[in-house]
Design a protein around this ligand. Structure first.
Ligand SMILES: NC(=O)C1=CN([C@@H]2O[C@H](COP(=O)(O)OP(=O)(O)OC[C@H]3O[C@@H](n4cnc5c(N)ncnc54)[C@H](O)[C@@H]3O)[C@@H](O)[C@H]2O)C=CC1
Ligand SMILES: O=C1O[C@H](COP(=O)(O)O)[C@@H](O)[C@H](O)[C@H]1O
Length: 254
């Protein structure tokens, strides 16, 4: 059955990857502080997620929120992530709880755990022969202030699940690129998320039943050091892409 879905940050890369495949699958309300540059499905609300009133209005009649809006830059300064990623995310969760929304899908990031990539583990951990694997049960270990803001968002999700009963899934997204994995970038190949796997994963987050989850959002890459087992089990995520099918690993490692 089509669900009524609020997509924050809809005008950005992840939002457009989702809508590219799912425009006709759900009833969309799109929200972004930037107006759309071309035709978009459903209703488009221009508004800022740090504005309580705008967030509350956007939640009316919504079953599921996919919360993407925020500053996505790993090098973003504290003021920006504090306002957009932490305060903005709390505003979204609070409005969702008030509106009796059923599920919130939170766009977390690989940078919430980026500091596991220590000097002694890299670059081996980015290669398919290495079996080092993070599975989502490990503690956050952010690699920058942006990563700290994503760990804070995961924590907010935990709180709004426990206190208000919202179903929450935090997707630690890897590296989304269109058509092709990053070239000459082993880390990016290890955590590649293709556009079609991205859309499928978020579709499963809309449809599946869960309590509170942290999953990794990457394609089924040979090089992966993030497990996708939990996403498979809980969400029935069935990725179709693998960066190794696009990149000759032996050449890339030279
Ligand atoms: N693209 C990627 O590979 C990854 C993305 N993510 C996360 O996914 C989310 C989306 O990322 P992208 O689409 O790549 O970024 P993007 O910059 O392309 O899109 C973000 C959108 O959010 C909007 N936005 C930002 N602050 C806002 C606010 N206060 N109120 C309303 N709208 C606001 C922007 O106008 C923009 O359209 C972000 O939270 C990012 O941290 C996480 C890991 C990897
Ligand atoms: O969280 C994010 O991660 C990806 C991958 O990080 P990178 O440091 O390997 O580039 C990044 O491209 C994206 O902008 C960011 O939001």
């Amino acid at each position: 059955m089509a669900q009524s879905v609020l997509l924050t940050g809809a005008a950005g890369r992840v939002g457009q990857a989702i809508l590219g495949d799912l425009a006709d699958e759900h009833e969309w309300r799109l929200m972004d502080r930037d107006p759309p540059t071309d035709d978009q499905p459903g209703e488009f609300v221009v508004g800022d997620i740090t504005d309580d009133e705008a967030a509350r209005e956007a939640m009316e009649g919504i079953d599921v929120v996919i919360h993407l809006a925020g500053d996505p830059r790993p090098e973003a300064p504290w003021d920006n992530v504090l306002t957009n990623n932490i305060d903005g995310t709390q505003t979204v969760f609070e409005a969702a709880a008030d509106a009796d929304v059923e599920k919130v899908v939170f766009a977390s990031s690989n940078h919430a755990v980026g500091a596991y990539e220590t000097e002694d583990r890299t670059p081996d951990m980015y290669r398919s022969h290495d079996d080092y694997l993070l599975d989502g049960t490990e503690l956050p270990r952010p690699s920058n202030l942006y990563g700290v803001s994503k760990a804070a968002g995961e924590s907010l999700g935990r709180y709004y699940h426990d206190e208000y009963g919202l179903s929450v899934v935090c997707v630690r997204i890897g590296n989304l690129t269109k058509d092709h994995p990053p070239i000459d970038y082993e880390r990016g190949q290890a955590m590649w998320l293709s556009y079609r796997d991205c859309a499928h994963l978020f579709d499963r987050c809309i449809r599946a039943d869960y309590d509170y989850e942290i999953v990794y959002g990457i394609s089924d890459n040979d090089r992966k050091y993030y497990s996708i087992d939990r996403a498979r089990e809980v969400l029935d995520y069935q990725p179709r892409d693998n960066s190794a099918e696009h990149i000759d690993e032996e050449l890339a490692e030279k």
